[in-house]
Design a protein around this ligand. Structure first.
Ligand SMILES: Cc1cc2nc3c(=O)[nH]c(=O)nc-3n(C[C@H](O)[C@H](O)[C@H](O)COP(=O)(O)O)c2cc1C
Ligand code: SF4
Ligand code: SF4
Length: 268
């Protein structure tokens, strides 16, 4: 089984690639959270040859909070030394995300066999100074990703797992153990999203929000509560670019992986 969380499609593409390579089904954590109460998330491993994958984006040099919550809530039964892997996608640097995931899984009695990261187009735009990659950088990263996935699949098949797929740019301890906790404390839960008059009331933003933060009222989205994890799914995937984040996002581009636009060339 491949459990994945993805805001803008990068990690979804990775999950689909792994699904095809290892003949394991995919399960969207966002969809699961929409239909099941958090304390009812359980999964029974079918047999000993089944492989488990956790696929998610890096958020502030740590695992996306949605995936960490999911791992904590998951009641897994039938695990008998099945092979377990984690694959993250990131713009260029995952810090010590691997260590955090390894520990989260160990706390549930699950041993992570190997961790991999895949460089993908950046989707963080909610702070001054951060924007999406230029078109040429996006194209470069998307063109390289299948080759990296091919090597990851080969590595898993040969059981020659190593740390060489982990993208670390330096100062990882500071980023993962100081900045990431600060992000969780001070940024998550605060949000300044708003829908502009361009909104066509399609409701997509509410359907794809992994935390149930967006509520449609009188045909328009409203961001409620303090559970937004700043995944950026809503702001990038609105079909008419009707979502802004305070004044920070007004002149910035939006990004979604081509699979979310049904572009055949990126289908696996
Ligand atoms: C809140 C947030 C924080 C991010 N932090 C990092 C980071 O620390 N390092 C990095 O390389 N990319 C970072 N990114 C970029 C994403 O990890 C990257 O674009 C990822 O592939 C998105 O995956 P998705 O399309 O499956 O959501 C961040 C994105 C968001 C939304
Ligand atoms: S996705 Fe965009 S158009 Fe659709 S309801 Fe949300 S803000 Fe409006
Ligand atoms: S409201 Fe927050 S958690 Fe929900 S989709 Fe938007 S950024 Fe993600």
């Amino acid at each position: 089984m491949i459990f994945y969380f993805s805001a803008t499609g990068n990690s979804q593409w990775v999950a689909q690639y792994l699904s095809k390579a290892f003949n394991e089904p995919t399960c969207s954590v966002t969809d699961l959270l929409h239909v099941q109460a958090p304390d009812e998330i359980s999964y029974l491993i079918q047999n000993q040859s089944e492989m488990l994958f956790f696929v998610f984006p890096v958020h502030s040099w740590g695992p996306a909070i949605v995936m960490r919550r999911f791992i904590r809530q998951l009641q897994l039964s039938g695990w008998r030394e099945n092979r377990v892997f984690a694959v993250c996608t990131c713009g260029d640097d995952c810090g010590y995300t691997d260590r955090i995931v390894r520990k989260d899984l160990a706390d549930k009695g699950i041993t992570l066999e190997a961790f991999f990261s895949v460089k993908m187009p950046n989707n963080y735009i909610l702070m001054r100074g951060f924007g999406i990659d230029s078109e040429s950088v996006q194209e470069e990263k998307l063109a390289l990703a299948p080759h990296v996935m091919e090597q990851i699949v080969h590595t898993i098949q040969k059981q020659s797992n190593s740390d060489s797929f982990i993208l670390r740019a330096g100062m990882s301890w500071l980023k993962t153990y100081v900045v990431y906790p600060a992000f969780r404390c001070f940024v998550v839960g605060k949000q300044a999203f708003r829908a502009t008059d361009t909104c066509i009331s399609c409701g997509l933003c509410a359907r794809i929000c992994p935390t149930g933060t967006i509520v449609m009222e009188k045909g328009k989205p409203h961001w409620k509560g303090k559970d937004c994890v700043q995944c950026t799914a809503c702001i990038h995937r609105c079909p008419v670019r009707a979502i802004e984040y305070g004044c920070v996002s007004t002149n910035k581009g939006r990004y979604v992986h081509p699979i979310l636009n049904d572009k055949k060339s990126y289908q696996i």
